[in-house]
Design a protein around this ligand. Sequence first.
Ligand code: CMP
Length: 139
Amino acid sequence: MRIERTLTIIKPDAMAAGHAGDIIKVFEANQFKIVFARLVNLSKKEAEGFYAVHRGKGFFESLTSFMSSGSALVMVLEGENVIARLREVMGATNPANAAPGTIRKLYAASIERNAVHGSDAPETAAFEIGYFFPGIALV
Ligand code: CMP
C-alpha cells in the first residue's frame, strides 16, 4: 500500500449545519491524517478555478455560487490509499445514491450541496492540493 495525499473540502452546507466536527471524526476513525488545513471563504473566481474541469456544464454556475457562499474547510489528508478510501467513505456524489453510513448519506442534502469534496485520482489530487497549498509535497 502506498502512502498518498488527497484534498478534501468540508463544503459550506456542512459547515453551516455544524457538521465539520462529525466529518473530521470520520476522517480520524479511518486513520486519515490531517497534514494541512485552511478555513477559506472562496471568491466566485476561486471556486471557478478549482472546478475549472466542470466549466460549461449545466451545474457550473450554481455549484461555484454555492461553493463561494460561505466558509469551507480545506484539508490535505494523508494515509495508505487515501484517495480511493476517502471517496468510499464520502459515498456517491448524489446522497440519494450514497451507501448507508457514508458522509454524504449522513450529512448531504443534494447532489450539489453534498457536504464534502475529495480528489478523484492522483492527477486531480496533485492539481487540487497545489491550488490551495502551493509548494507542498504531494506524498
Ligand atoms: P464534488 O465531489 O465536489 O465534485 C464536483 C461537484 O459538482 C460535486 O461534488 C457536486 O457538488 C457538483 N455536481 C456534480 N454533478 C452535479 C449535478 N448533476 N448537479 C449539480 N451539482 C453537481
